[in-house]
Design a protein around this ligand. Structure first.
Ligand SMILES: *Cc1c(COP(=O)(O)O)cnc(C)c1O
Length: 433
């Protein structure tokens, strides 16, 4: 693909705005080394040429067929990492998504969605801005997908992640929906390993804290015609994460009736930026009504509830020892946290039902006392209790005061497995470091 992927000059020098905006601390200086000579796929140094020859074995087509040979990553250490003092300051109160670690992982793909292509130039390098052609397809037609997964520090210092094969499979389902290439599962898992090995010092060890990985894939081909891009980039960045909602206090949620995040046959099951863009205006509406989160419903299924902008929902029927969650209809994102909670609930003998659940059922269930807990779940927040449901013309009161007993205990068990204090009886954990 001669020249069509040409970008501007390699990034060099100090981009102060990068440091200021990405780290929130104007004097941070975490991201100051932007001399990343291998950013350009065609700057074939000896090393990258060698890498290309190896990576040539990593051939995939859009159906994910591949050879078994794992891709090899080159390494370029950030020459200007965060100082120990700055990192300590950040790790003392990491928040969520505010700070980024010293390195990132990148892999290029060239090919054709239909006939296949090749992942190459896998590298660990200094975290910093990407240089993309203004005509890059991602800016125009939104071919973009992402994942969210955490690394957990165990008591012996080792670092583990939770069910990464699930995220790898979901990334590939999302990729298929958006006509992006398949990334081999072992490359996905290796990319997490590579990043956290480079940035191990950034893995927090406090309660509820983790290293949040944000893998993402973007269409980078400079071409305004409408077809799947022939140049794609996969990147992983890392961010230390505190407790997403602090100590889980119930959050009131807003019922979006004006806006939907997904529709029949749409991209609701894909983890793509577009779904989040579609949900933002609803989120603002929620905030105007005193709610931090928004829930969407499906008007074509008797107002059955779907999910929040970035989290699944479930309901506990305490007296019946039952957990109900909306079934996967094609408009709901299949959360790894959701499916893990369903398993843990089954293990305890709780009846699990995946089926449509309507607003009326919610309202009546809270009124009768049958529904005793309502919760949201996702990697970032794990399990968070839901308080009131607010809508334009009605409210459903909170099902429980504070964090309900069953959901709280499920959260403790799940976090225990993730952080190594509860036996991993399902083999969900993968060691990274
Ligand atoms: C990521 C996401 C979830 C939660 O998925 P987990 O794998 O549990 O983190 C739920 N809903 C949407 C829309 C999401 O994007």
């Amino acid at each position: 693909m001669p020249g069509s992927n040409m970008r501007g000059a390699p990034i060099s020098g100090t981009l102060k705005q990068g440091a200021a905006s990405t780290h929130g601390l104007p004097t941070a200086g975490v991201v100051t080394n932007h001399s990343i000579p291998t950013r350009h796929p065609r700057s074939l140094t000896m090393r990258t040429a060698h890498l290309h020859s190896r990576a040539a074995h990593q051939v995939t087509n859009s159906h994910g067929r591949r050879t078994s040979m794992a891709i090899e990553f080159s390494h370029e250490t950030n020459q200007n990492p965060a100082s120990d003092a700055l990192r300590a300051e950040i790790l003392a109160d990491p928040g969520f998504g505010d700070y980024f670690t010293d390195h990132m992982v990148s892999i290029d793909w060239n090919g054709d969605y239909k006939t296949g292509g090749e992942w190459s130039n896998a590298r660990v390098h200094a975290y910093g801005p990407l240089s993309l052609d203004p005509a890059a397809a991602v800016f125009h037609y939104g071919q973009e997908i992402f994942e969210g997964i955490k690394g957990y520090r165990h008591a012996d210092g080792s670092v583990w992640t939770f069910r990464p094969e699930k995220n790898a499979a979901r990334l590939n389902r999302s990729a298929h929906r958006m006509a992006l290439p398949q990334l081999p599962e072992e490359t996905f898992i290796e990319s997490l390993k590579q990043l956290v090995q480079a940035d191990e010092k950034w893995v927090p060890s406090g309660e509820g804290e983790a290293f949040y990985f944000r893998p993402f894939m973007i269409a980078t081909e400079a071409y305004l015609g409408v077809r799947p891009a022939r140049h794609v980039e996969y990147h992983v960045i890392g961010s230390p994460a505190g407790n997403y909602f602090g100590t889980p206090e119930p959050v009131d949620i807003w019922l979006s009736t004006k806006y939907a995040r997904a529709g029949e046959g749409g991209t609701g099951t894909a983890k793509c930026g577009g779904n989040y863009a579609a949900a933002m205006i609803a989120q603002l509406e929620g905030e105007e009504n005193g709610c931090k989160q928004v829930i969407f419903k499906d008007p074509h299924r008797n107002d059955a509830l779907e999910e929040l902008g970035g989290m699944n929902v479930f309901f506990i029927y305490g007296k019946e020892n039952k957990l109900v969650t909306p079934e996967l209809t094609g408009t709901i994102l299949e959360g790894v946290t959701r499916s893990s909670i369903l398993q843990l609930a089954k293990d305890r003998g709780i009846t699990v039902e995946e089926r449509p659940i309507t607003l009326n059922e919610w309202r009546d269930g809270v009124a009768s006392g049958d529904i005793t807990e309502v919760c949201a779940c996702g990697t970032a927040a794990v399990i968070a209790p839901i308080g009131k449901l607010k809508a334009a013309d009605f409210e459903i009161p909170a099902a429980s005061e504070g964090f309900g007993e069953i959901s709280k205990s499920l959260r403790e068990e799940l976090v225990g497995i993730q952080t190594g204090t509860v036996e991993d009886r399902h083999g969900w954990m993968t060691r990274l470091v």
